[in-house]
Design a protein around this ligand. Structure first.
Ligand code: HEM
Length: 326
C-alpha cells in the first residue's frame, strides 16, 4: 500500500472513532465550532478552519529512560521513532502575518511506530486555555464574530470576558517568538500515563526549545509576513533543530479536567526525550492538506484524562479535515 493510502486508511479509522466519541457527548458541537471558526476567519477552501497557515517537517524522537519508567507507550522505548511535525499560526487565515500581535503558534507531532500505528501530540504556545468546554469555545468565537470595532459597547466579547474572567489572561499568555524553533509549546489538556505495572500518572506535555526567544510587538511588526516559515526552512537547511519533550506530573489531588487551570509551577517535570527535526517536506502545502493530527489519537500507555476538551477537539478537527478534503 502506498504511504498516501496508508495515511488515508489511518485518518479514516481515527475519523470515525473520534466522530463517534464526539457524537456521544453532543451531536452538534463540533460542527457548530467549525461553523463559528469559518464565521470569524472566513472559509478558505483546502485549509484548516484553525491553524490554517503552517509548514510540515520531519525528524525523529528518542525517549529518555525516565520516560519508559512513566509510560509503557511504544514511543518511549528508546529507539529512534520517525516523526512528522507541523508548526502553525493560530487562526483560520492562510496568509496571516506570522508576527501578528497576540497570535499563538502551534506544534503538532505525529509519531510513526514500527508496527505501522501512529500517535499524535497537538500543542500550542498558550500557557493555559481560555475556556474549559466546547460550548464555551463556540460562544467565545460567536462573541468575537459579533464584536467588530464598530460594535456598540459593551460588545458581546466584553460580556463574554466578564463572565469568563480567565479568558483574557489565557489569550495574553503568549507572544511572538523569533523562530518556531525558539518557542515553548504546551499540551494544556491533561493525559494519563500508564506504566508496565498499571500505575497511572496524570501529565501535561511541554515541548521545550534549546533556547526561548521572544520579540516585542514593534520588532514583530517589522518582520516579513512569512518570517517564521522562512526562518525554520533556513535553520533546518543549516542543521538539525532540537526540542526536549517534557511531562509536568500532577501531584495527588490535582484536577485534570479543566484546561483553564494550570498546575502549580513547582510540580515535578520529567524529561521524556529529544525531538530532532532535520528536514522540510518537499511539498509542504500538499502534505499539510492531507495530514490529520488528533489530540485523542493515542496508543496503549497514554490515555485521555477526564478533560472534555480532548473529545471536543477530536470532533472539530475531524469536521475541519472533512471540509478541507471534500
Ligand atoms: C475547544 C477547544 C479547541 C477547538 C474546538 C479547536 C479547534 C481546532 C480546529 C478545528 C483545528 C483545525 C484541525 C484540522 O483541520 O486538522 C485546530 C487545529 C489546531 N489546534 Fe485546536 N482547538 C481547540 C483547542 C486547542 C488546544 C487546547 C490546543 C493545544 C494544546 C490546540 C492546538 C491546535 C493546533 C496546534 C492545531 C493545528 C494542528 C495541525 O497542525 O494540524 N487547539 N484546532
Amino acid at each position: 500500500m502506498s504511504n498516501c493510502r496508508l495515511l488515508f486508511t489511518f485518518a479514516a479509522a481515527i475519523w470515525f472513532a473520534a466522530l463517534g466519541r464526539c457524537l456521544a457527548e453532543d451531536p452538534q458541537i463540533a460542527t457548530q465550532i467549525v461553523d463559528a471558526l469559518n464565521k470569524v476567519y472566513g472559509a478558505h477552501p483546502g485549509f484548516r478552519a484553525n491553524h490554517a497557515k503552517g509548514i510540515v517537517l520531519e525528524g525523529t524522537f528518542k525517549a529518555s529512560p525516565d520516560a519508559a519508567n512513566l509510560s509503557k507507550a511504544a514511543i518511549f522505548d528508546g529507539s529512534a521513532i520517525p516523526v512528522t511535525v507541523r508548526f502553525s499560526d493560530a487562526g483560520g487565515v492562510p496568509n496571516v502575518p506570522d508576527g501578528s500581535k497576540g497570535l499563538p503558534h502551534g506544534m503538532a507531532i505525529k509519531y510513526h511506530l514500527k508496527d505501522g500505528s501512529e500517535t499524535d501530540m497537538v500543542l500550542v504556545s498558550l500557557k493555559f486555555f481560555p475556556v474549559s468546554t466546547g460550548a464555551d469555545f463556540r460562544d467565545f468565537l460567536l462573541a468575537v464574530a459579533a464584536s467588530p470595532p464598530t460594535a456598540p459597547k459593551p460588545t458581546q466579547l466584553d460580556l463574554f470576558f466578564k463572565s469568563h474572567p480567565i479568558a483574557p489572561s489565557a489569550l495574553a499568555s503568549t507572544s511572538t517568538p523569533d523562530s518556531f524553533a525558539d518557542e515553548q509549546y504546551n499540551g494544556i489538556d491533561a493525559f494519563i500515563f500508564v506504566d508496565k505495572t498499571g500505575k497511572r500518572q496524570p501529565v501535561r506535555y511541554m515541548m521545550m526549545p534549546e533556547k526561548l526567544v521572544h520579540i516585542d510587538s514593534e520588532e514583530a511588526a517589522k518582520k516579513s509576513p512569512d518570517f517564521l516559515i522562512d526562518d525554520i526552512t533556513a535553520r533546518v537547511g543549516r542543521g538539525p533543530v532540537t526540542f526536549h519533550l517534557k511531562a509536568q506530573l500532577a501531584a495527588p489531588g490535582d484536577q485534570t479536567k479543566d484546561p483553564t487551570r494550570p498546575w502549580p509551577a513547582d510540580r515535578k517535570v520529567v524529561d521524556l526525550g529529544v525531538l530532532t527535526i532535520d528536514k522540510v517536506v518537499a511539498d509542504s502545502l500538499a502534505a499539510q492538506k492531507k495530514l490529520l493530527f488528533l489530540p485523542g489519537a493515542l496508543i496503549p500507555g497514554i490515555e485521555e484524562s477526564d478533560d472534555p476538551l480532548i473529545d471536543v477537539r477530536d470532533g472539530a478537527y475531524v469536521v475541519s479535515y472533512g471540509r478541507r478534503n471534500p
